[in-house]
Design a protein around this ligand. Structure first.
Ligand code: NAD
Length: 489
């Protein structure tokens, strides 16, 4: 199967923070892949804007190195990289001062093309950038801004940030990135739910026993210790990524696949979330790897804060108080330094109302698993007869749809979330970006949970490196006569 690539209109993309880690690892290699695929017009311009003093040719060299190191994707024809590099330009800029702004204005002014400004800098600079774009005449109606996470650290700061951006830009011009929404399988979740007759009639508390969402990482905090310790799994993963996945699973069918129709439905889910009871929360901090404690120290050593109470693991149970989901628990789990890197959503259906095969056939439940990474794909566990003689014994087998197998090498071409989302910005499609009210509603649910454990002085439980998190996480499920799905690579 050959994928269809529709080229986007000519654009200028200014990457504030264009020399930073995110630009080098994701944005520049992603843009190059889109260039190779023919989606980026030849006359597009990418302007790096950052604090370092450098010329355009230095920036092109930095981009070439980043593309080589972090993957330019499928092999391009000879000379494509060189051609791509001619699209690059660079301006030294100070987000907090005057330096570089007139120069940037001169480069983007007066062109009849889409202007996108990617804020790939620390969130403390978002307001400065927005203000200076406006004072230098670049916040016109053609402009779009792309805002990276974290979007606030609580409701008050998210509201303040939304209010600042709203002074200079209309909501239709603001693209808040949650890169989980750019993943192929996440969009497939909507295709599976709303493109098939098979699932939607069963997609409610009458037929679904529970839903579990796991995002497990094998890495620790690495070099991000200082940032991470102020944030923790709740702010870094649950409030945004897991919340977005939960919304897509739980939302009502939107009337159409359009930005506000989808985001209205997601917002209703967040607003219907019940507060989380303290005994439905498990927090943990990873221990050192006993085999290599120097390279893989425990969490507190890694963040250089011996008294840290920040969680590197979080599991919780919540409910959605509406007609569709009343009584169906949603279990969320995420953590660092776990046994495998795996992101999976599982819809666990209820038992059949009566087993004609008797008690000895055991309990068998259909599970629809949507795997985001690695090996994107969807698996439906079905119960069949164990082959061979010896009576009616039942076993569960997977009906497996690995995208790589089903669609062939071209159909399953790897399109990274960032490159897809940047092209959506250029196309002006906000469907896969968070709206301001969604972000605020997510914080409104998150804040009391964090305040609760802070007031109680809860200390996260230690857990083994390369395991599945603290034992209390297993108990959270077992108390309800349920089990977490195994975390498999
Ligand atoms: P970084 O520290 O590697 O890079 C920061 C960039 O900002 C540099 O280009 C620097 O020159 C520029 N900068 C700093 N101060 C400036 C100023 N006063 N004026 C102009 N430019 C200035 O940061 P990063 O890891 O690339 O992260 C950028 C943003 O993306 C942050 O908001 C971060 O939370 C977010 N983010 C990063 C990642 C990641 O994997 N790195 C993932 C998700 C989100």
């Amino acid at each position: 199967m050959v994928s269809r690539v529709i080229p986007v209109d000519p654009f200028d993309l200014v990457i504030f923070g264009g020399t930073g880690d995110l630009a080098r690892r994701k944005i520049l290699p992603g843009l190059f892949r889109r260039y190779c695929s023919g989606q980026m017009p030849e006359n597009a311009r990418i302007i790096g804007a950052a604090r370092s003093d450098m010329e355009a040719h230095d920036y092109a060299a930095l981009a070439a190195e980043a593309i080589q190191e972090f993957g330019g994707g499928k092999a391009c024809e000879d000379g494509t990289l060189e051609k791509f590099l001619t699209c690059l330009d660079y301006v030294t800029i100070d987000a907090r001062g005057d330096r570089g702004w007139s120069e940037l204005q001169a480069r983007v002014a007066g062109k009849d093309r889409i202007e996108a400004f990617y804020f790939s800098v620390a969130p403390s600079l978002f307001g400065d950038l927005a203000e200076r774009l406006q004072s230098h005449g670049m916040a016109d109606s053609k402009a779009r801004i792309v805002v990276e996470k974290p979007f606030g650290r609580d409701l008050a700061s998210a509201q303040a940030l939304n209010a600042t951006l709203a002074k200079y830009f209309d909501e239709k011009q603001i693209y808040r990135i949650d890169h989980y929404l750019g993943k192929e399988t996440v969009q497939n979740l909507m295709a599976v739910r709303f493109g098939n007759m098979l699932f939607e009639p069963l997609w409610n508390s009458q037929f679904v026993d529970h839903i579990q969402i796991t995002v497990a990482e094998t890495v620790g905090v690495g070099g991000r210790g200082e940032y991470y310790d102020k944030s923790g799994a709740m702010r870094d993963m649950v409030q945004n990524h897991l919340m977005q996945l939960l919304c897509l699973i739980a939302m009502e069918p939107p009337a159409r696949f359009s930005p506000d129709a989808v985001r209205d439905e997601k917002l209703k889910v967040i607003r219907a979330l019940d507060p989380v009871e303290p005994h439905h929360i498990v927090r943990g901090q990873y221990d050192a790897d006993p085999d290599d404690p120097d390279a893989m120290p425990d969490y507190r050593t890694a963040v250089d804060n011996p008294r840290s109470k920040t969680e590197s693991f979080l599991a919780l149970k919540t409910h959605i108080a509406n007609w569709r989901w009343a009584g169906t628990p949603f279990y969320l789990r995420t953590g660092k330094r776990l046994c495998a890197r795996s992101s999976e959503i599982s819809i666990v259906f209820k038992d059949t109302p009566h087993s004609i095969f008797g008690e000895e056939a055991g309990r068998h439940r259909n599970v629809l698993s949507i795997r985001l990474q690695p090996n994107e794909g969807i698996t439906l566990g079905v119960t069949i007869k164990e082959p061979g003689p010896g009576g009616m014994r039942l076993i569960d087998v997977p009906l497996d749809m690995s995208f790589a197998d089903a669609l062939g090498p071209d159909g399953a071409e790897h399109v990274d979330a960032y490159e897809r989302l940047i092209m959506d910005v250029i196309r002006g499609n906000q469907t896969l970006f968070m709206r301001g009210d969604e972000v605020e509603a997510a914080w409104a649910w998150t804040d009391p949970i964090i305040e609760g454990w802070t007031k109680r002085g809860d200390v996260p439980k230690p857990y083994d490196s390369h395991g599945a998190g603290p034992d209390t996480s297993t108990q959270l499920m077992r108390r309800d006569d349920r089990e977490w799905r195994e975390i498999t690579p």
